[in-house]
Write a protein that binds this ligand. Structure first.
Ligand code: NAP
Ligand code: SF4
Length: 688
């Protein structure tokens, strides 16, 4: 037997031992998928760019080549008024089919299977004509919906069936009916948004009639080998939502109505409980999925905060679910399933649940990509081919920018030597990972470490590269990713012993007193405040997370959520300051800033905007607001006043006439974040 066969057999035995459930095929209706990993539906806004079809097709085909068992598209409305926003996607006429055939054929060529999600956004549609079961406005939409007439409800049911038929004609493998997350169908099933008194409102039976009629209508017009997936709200996380008991009963009826599989959703978009942010523990919603799994005999898919093969395997092995849906993890690494099968799970570029380049982009009308993988959604913009003009690069700085450049350049066939002044790789990430709720950054550090080793990139730790060394090293190009240093603001007494930098605090080099002032309320100021109030690490403790946010898995609790009585008990008294008059935290991520602000509010953190810093002395911090003088008696004052680029080496090399490439914080320090650093580094690596 030749070596390759022996090796692949060993590989097979090893991965089957590690992930026997995740790698087992599964029958859904009459279709068999090769593994239990599914790419969940995601709104990407790729349709708003040039060459949208090519982009979407390349995006999905790349994931199909990565051996994902099944792909769910982003939602297509069955009617124009059900789109997410103006110009949003809908499928209601045969003339639209050629676009879809383009996508389905590319996925089929790549060996994949793709299912079209049908999503009517209901009162979440950001369009003036939005409709709902009742005219109840969502707090996250400016438009008040119009209540559908009874005949219009029947018409809407037919529109789902029409879109399903079109999807079958377009070559999809099935459809998913989006019944969760607070969209139209969910608005019918929950009493809080359904105040109707016709056959679609009132009792539980009448409220669930709309989705059941949709499932029946769709089943009646598609062939038996076309998958019908229903995404059920496994827990509404809305006061007055469905109870777990009702959800189990509803799941049974959806199965009877003709669904081949149930996917699960968690919470509504307007819920005041985080559902997918990094502060949510991995697999936090397993109990809600189990409730459904125990009620039905068709396959049930888990979703939300499942980002590693280990978590996925454990959920299936425990009998909580039959398969897992991962949306963001497939943005982060299109080869997630392939690497899992090949026993290369440690090479997976793991989604760190930051939302910074996916959801936050969508919420601010940009297209989705990924902090850890800027190629996501831009596959056609990056030439993946190996270069035929290999160059030798020196990279100075082992933070996110330097590492991302090194890995991408070597993958494209170049040679890289990396110099890092410190004794470890990771730069600012080594601090970020210490903040509560940011332990997922450890995964990114692991990915960087494993990739550097796998690609055989030479790393010189504890080496402050000199201009001499770089000039004489025979390099073709020099890339400077020398990062940032914290800014020391010009305040009288800023050198007082009470003053600490955020670096002293986050690295544990300083002992911090019980009462502190934080100067600067940007991303790092908020992180430091959370670190210092010292609450339970909710992201690693599901019970603590449930307690903090009022999640109650009791079978009779409407919406699975109760009002939170207990306030967080901070271990310190924390005061935050900024000079701007605006509300602190305005520039935090759209999808996560509210979580951070809610936590700090509960922990009693005092925030003072419009502050003028006068002096620091033994008495504490002297400041004025609106001309009124104040003294805050604090043990420590922590500087989180932004960053400055570290450019000494750049200036020296420039003075000697040597050309360099500046990336990350060394290039622009203002509002630097890992998204920009990794994106800029990746783009530079692909430019050679
Ligand atoms: P930042 O977000 O730009 O905030 C800097 C803060 O320092 C501001 O509050 C600013 O407010 C204050 N400041 C600036 N110059 C000052 C001066 N001379 N004297 C006193 N105060 C001054 O920077 P950062 O907090 O260092 O964060 C760096 C980057 O990482 C940011 O882009 C941030 O978005 C990102 N990040 C984000 C998160 C998150 O979203 N959760 C977490 C960590 C980091 P005033 O000018 O009003 O005083
Ligand atoms: Fe995950 Fe962050 Fe990438 Fe979004 S941007 S897919 S949350 S790593």
């Amino acid at each position: 037997m030749d070596h390759a066969i022996i090796q692949s057999r060993q590989e097979y035995i090893q991965t089957m031992t590690n992930y026997p459930h995740l790698l087992a095929p599964l029958r859904i209706g009459t279709t068999t998928i090769p593994n239990r990993m599914v790419m969940g539906a995601m709104h990407t806004r790729l349709e708003t760019l040039d060459r949208p079809l090519e982009r979407l097709a390349a995006f999905y085909a790349t994931r199909a080549r990565g051996e994902i068992g099944l792909i769910l598209t982003g939602g297509y409305s069955p009617v124009p008024e059900g789109v997410m926003d103006d110009g949003g996607l809908y499928l209601n006429a045969p003339e639209q089919l050629s676009d879809h055939r383009f996508i389905t054929s590319r996925v089929a060529e790549a060996g994949g299977r793709i299912v079209l999600q049908i999503l009517h956004a209901g009162r979440y549609a950001r369009v003036a004509e939005c409709v709902a079961p009742s005219a109840v406005k969502a707090r996250i939409n400016t438009h008040v919906p119009r209540a559908l007439q009874t005949d219009e409800v029947w018409q809407t049911i037919k529109s789902f069936a029409n879109t399903a038929m079109l999807a079958q004609e377009a070559g999809y493998h099935g459809i998913e009916i989006m019944g969760s997350e607070g969209y139209l169908i969910n608005e019918f099933t929950a009493a809080i948004t359904n105040h109707r008194d016709d056959e679609f409102g009132g009792s539980f039976e009448k409220r669930i009639r709309f989705p059941l009629e949709i499932v029946k209508a769709v089943r009646a017009c598609i062939s038996p080998d076309f998958m019908l997936i229903y995404r059920i709200s496994s827990i509404d996380l809305m006061e007055g939502g469905m109870t777990a008991q009702e959800i189990a009963e509803f799941a049974r009826q959806v199965e009877q109505a003709g669904a081949d599989m149930l996917n699960t959703g968690v919470g509504w978009h307007e819920s005041s409980v985080p559902t997918i942010a990094a502060s949510v523990p991995r697999a936090a919603w397993a109990a809600a999925v189990r409730n459904i799994k125990q009620a039905v005999s068709i396959p049930v898919m888990a979703s939300n905060r499942i980002n590693t093969p280990e978590v996925a395997e454990a959920l299936i092995a425990a009998g909580d679910a039959d398969l897992v849906s991962m949306a963001r993890p497939l943005l982060a690494d299109p080869d997630f399933a392939l690497k899992t099968r090949q026993g290369r799970a440690d090479e997976i570029n793991t989604c760190i649940a930051c939302n910074q380049a996916c959801l936050d982009h969508i919420f601010t009308e940009r297209t989705a990509t990924c902090l850890v993988n800027p190629v996501a959604g831009r596959e056609i913009d990056f030439n993946q081919a190996v270069t035929n003009q290999a160059r030798r690069f020196a990279v100075v700085g082992g933070g996110p920018a330097g590492l991302a450049f090194a890995i991408n350049a070597v993958q494209r066939g170049h040679k890289v030597e990396l110099f890092e002044a410190g004794d470890e790789l990771g730069g600012q990430l080594t601090m970020a990972r210490r903040v509560p709720g940011k332990s997922e950054f450890n995964e990114l550090l692991r990915y960087f470490r494993v990739s550097m080793r796998r690609l055989g990139i030479t790393v010189h730790l504890n080496t402050r590269a000199s201009a001499e060394q770089l000039i004489n090293g025979g390099f073709d190009e020099i890339v400077l990713a020398t990062g940032v240093t914290p800014r020391t603001p010009e305040i009288i007494g800023v050198d007082h012993p009470k003053v600490l930098s955020y670096v002293d605090v986050l690295t544990g080099q300083a002992e911090v007193g019980e009462c502190v002032a934080i100067i600067g309320a940007g991303g790092i100021g908020f992180d430091v405040a959370e670190f210092l109030v010292g609450q339970a690490e909710e992201s690693l403790d599901t019970a603590a997370f449930y307690r903090a946010w009022g999640v109650d898995m009791g079978t009779e609790v409407p919406g699975g959520v109760i009002r939170v009585a207990a306030a967080h008990k901070p271990v310190r008294s924390v005061h935050m300051f900024q000079r701007k008059a605006e509300s602190p935290g305005r520039n935090l991520g759209k999808s996560t800033g509210w979580i951070l602000k809610a936590k700090l509010r509960k922990a009693g953190v005092v925030m003072t905007p419009a502050a003028r810093y006068e002096a620091i002395d033994d008495q504490g911090l002297h400041y004025t607001v609106d001309g009124q003088a104040h003294v805050l008696d604090v043990d420590h004052i922590i500087l989180c006043a932004g960053q400055q680029s570290n450019r000494e080496l750049h200036e020296e090399l420039q003075a000697r006439g040597v050309k360099t490439h500046l990336i990350g914080g060394a290039d622009v320090a203002a509002e630097l974040d890992a998204v920009r650093a990794i994106d800029q580094a990746t783009a530079l690596a692909y430019s050679f």
